[in-house]
Each structure stands twice: as C-alpha cells, then as structure tokens.
Design a protein around this ligand. Structure first.
Ligand SMILES: C[S@@+](CC[C@H](N)C(=O)[O-])C[C@H]1O[C@@H](n2cnc3c(N)ncnc32)[C@H](O)[C@@H]1O
Length: 408
C-alpha cells in the first residue's frame, strides 16, 4: 500500500490544524494579507464561521489583537532578525519583510511546506531576501539552531498560540531550547501566551457581559477535539495561574517583564466602525499582560537533562512469531515520529508490538501520539509493550500511562 507522506505528517501532528483555524478566523476581519494567505491554503476540514455568534466574534477579536501585537513588536524591536515561533499560516513574513527585517518562520514541516510558496506569491523579489521558512520542532534544539546557521546578531523570538499546547516535559524542552538560542545570539523572547485564553474570555465579557468561565470550558473541549491535544493534563500555559507560569519561566533561567496590551495596541481594525466598543475593549485590555522575556546567565543544562548532540534517530523493525519488534534510537519527536509511523504502516502479520527504548533519548508529544496510534491499531492494546527506557523517557512514558518492562 502506498502511504501519502502528507497524511502521515498530519496523523502524527494533528496540532498543525489549529493554525489553519486561526488563519480562517482572522480572515473574517477582512485584512487583505490574511485573506490572500487564506486563499492560498488547502481548507481541508475548515468550516465556515458564524460571526453572529459572540463566541466566534470574541475569538476573532482576541486573535486580531494578538496578530497586531505581533506586528507592533516586530516593528519596535531593535533586533534585525525576527523568529516567528510558531508561524502557522499567518502573513507575518510580509509584515517583517516590509520593515526590512529578516524573518524566520518556524513551524512543523507540514505547515512551512504549505505556507512558504503562498508567501512567495505575495513577496516582491526584494522582500524575498528577508524571508525564510523552516520546518523545525521546537522541542528539538538542533532543528532550530541549524535553521539559524546564517544569522549574525541578536534575535527577537515572538511566540503566539503555542505554549498552551505543551505538557510539562515538552514545555521544559522548548524553554531550554529558547534559552540556549538567546544565550548564543542575544536578544529576547516575546509571548502573548502568558494570557492566551484570558484574552478571549475578557473579550467575550466586554462583548456580552457574560462569564469568563464559559469560554475557558468551551476552549478546553474544542481544542481537544480539533487538534487532538490533551491540554487538561499538565499544560501549564492552559491550566496554571499567571504566577505559576511566571515562576516556571524564572526556574528555567529567564527574567520576565510584562507590559499591558494597550501600550503597543491602540487600534483594533475590525472594530473601526464601533469606536465606543473599541475604546471599551482597549480599556479592558489594560488588564492583559504581554511578556518580554530574556535569558539569565544560568546554565541551560540545569533544566533539561541532555542538550549535547544526540545520537541521530534510527529504527530497526523485525517480525518473529506474530511479534513486531521495534528498536528505536535518538529522539522521537515531530521530525522523526512520521518516519516511525510511515515504516509502521508498511508492516503486517503481527498481533503484538515490542518497542525497545534502550537508546531512545527523548520522546515528545508527537512520539507519544504515534505510540498511541500503534497501540490502538492492535486488537488487544495490552500487547503494546515498551522495554528498557532511560530515566527521563521512562518518566515521560509513565506520566502518560505506559508501563516499562525490562527486556520485553
Ligand atoms: C495555534 S497555532 C498558532 C500558529 C500561529 N502563531 C498563529 O497565531 O496562527 C499552533 C502552532 O504550533 C505549531 N507547533 C506545534 N507543535 C510544534 C513543535 N513541536 N514545534 C514547532 N511548531 C509546533 C503547530 O503546527 C501550529 O502551527
């Protein structure tokens, strides 16, 4: 059976789809760049949005506020290089290139492969020199470092709509990687994720006079359905308090300064015909914090076990007496997990799977999700067995409900 590579990437990383939803919603604002980008992507399962629903309207306005916050930061930063982590499908590349700043759009390969040619259609030849897209995995340091190999001078990383998707171990890895990049290049990290859902909930309150918790509950179930993420289990930037998030970043060796939305955002274009509402909204946004984060001199090694060059990913498959044995080496993350699933889908004639994780150095959300797909494909899920993981991998697997055997 021939297996489509794109389908494999999508299966392993259903989270990419959340970014299509963001672009689709933002297209409702009528912004020309956004509409052009939206016109260029495959709409897949995207449904049309009902703008008369105040929940949708709150989502659109809060996304719009964050979009323009991103643009304002790009304009104000004194860094010549901007890293959009993750870029999704938004036209930030156009904004940065028009400012004559170098733009690095970082996202999963499934996203960058689709959006890079769309951006190229709307960039002038001169602007194209400023723009690069790279398929990376933020939990994988080497993937981001390689993408930045030609960069000289400090970088400004801007993150919007990201940290809330990660459970603790991946979040720690992402933060360790950003910390290491900032220590190498200098510069800073901005994020709107400090108050991602709060912003939408507050927008809903201003629009309707309703209850913030209504949005919190709705967002949790919706996100799980669309992007197959379980944000209800240890996702600090979804579940935790603002203070817990701030403390976590401090423990990761960062200094966090906050400023309020209206300091950089004084206009919400889709509310231009409703000046009273815009004024009320911006006044309410005075409550919302955007974070400017810098790396202290702490050793990044303190908060991620292994930042040294890791063994490259490798996999060995063998079949004996209905048992499919898979030996894995290196990192199983969003870059490598599709290779595992691709090879797995070529196999047949087994009822049991034994994964030897002796040389597995890290497993991210995408690796866990791939294990889940493999396990679910068996008639008896108990016959999916993992043996011999190192302490870090063992901890992650145990937290996600797997038992680790010795020498399966
Ligand atoms: C909610 S979207 C936000 C995208 C964009 N910033 C926006 O506002 O539309 C989340 C993005 O995170 C990306 N993503 C998820 N896991 C990732 C990882 N490990 N490394 C890099 N990008 C990742 C997804 O592909 C998706 O594009």
């Amino acid at each position: 059976m021939s297996i489509n590579h794109d389908e494999i990437l999508k299966k392993v990383n259903p989270i990419y789809f959340s970014a299509k939803g963001c672009l689709g919603l933002l297209a409702e604002t009528g912004d020309v760049d956004i509409k052009n980008f939206y016109g260029g992507i495959d709409k897949e399962r995207l449904i049309s949005f009902d703008m008369s629903d105040p929940v949708t309207e709150s989502r659109v306005i809060s996304l719009e506020a964050r979009y323009h916050m991103w643009n304002a930061i790009a304009k104000d930063t004194d860094c010549q290089t901007i890293v959009d982590l993750p870029c999704g499908y938004l036209p930030h590349s156009l904004i940065a290139a028009r400012l004559n700043k170098n733009y690095y759009g970082f996202d999963l390969p499934i996203v960058t492969e689709e959006i890079a040619p769309v951006a190229a259609k709307y960039l002038s030849d001169a602007e194209k020199n400023f723009v690069q897209y790279h398929g990376i995995d933020a939990t994988n340091y080497e993937s981001m470092r390689n993408a930045l190999k030609d960069v000289r001078g400090k970088i400004c990383i801007i993150t919007d709509g990201f940290l809330g998707y990660f459970k603790f171990h991946d979040l720690k890895a992402v933060c360790a990687n950003v910390h290491r990049l900032l220590r190498e290049f200098g510069g800073c990290w901005y994020t709107s994720d400090s108050q991602f859902t709060d912003l939408m909930a507050l927008t809903y309150v201003v629009l309707t006079g309703g209850d913030r918790d209504y949005i919190w509950n709705l967002n949790d179930s919706g996100r799980n359905k669309i992007a197959h993420t379980d944000s209800s289990n240890g996702a600090l930037f979804m579940e935790g308090t603002l203070e817990e998030r701030r403390r976590f970043l401090k423990e990761c060796g960062f200094s966090v300064k906050s400023f309020r939305y209206p300091e950089k955002l004084n206009f919400i274009p889709s509310l231009k015909d409703k000046p009273d509402l815009m004024e009320k909204m911006l006044a309410a946004y005075q409550e919302m914090e955007e974070w400017l984060i810098t790396a202290d001199d702490t050793d990044a090694e303190n908060f991620q076990g292994n930042l040294d060059a890791e063994k490259p990913f490798a996999q060995e498959f063998s079949l004996t007496d209905n048992v499919l044995s898979i030996r894995l080496r290196g990192r199983l993350d969003t870059i490598t997990a599709p290779k595992l699933l691709e090879k797995y889908e070529e196999q047949s004639g087994f009822t049991e799977i034994h994964v030897d994780a002796t040389e597995l150095s890290y497993i991210s959300y995408a690796g866990l999700h791939t294990f889940e797909i493999m396990q679910e494909s068996l008639k008896d899920a108990n016959l999916f067995k993992i043996s011999n993981a190192n302490d870090e991998v063992k901890k992650i697997l145990k937290e996600n409900g797997y038992k680790i055997m010795r020498n399966a």
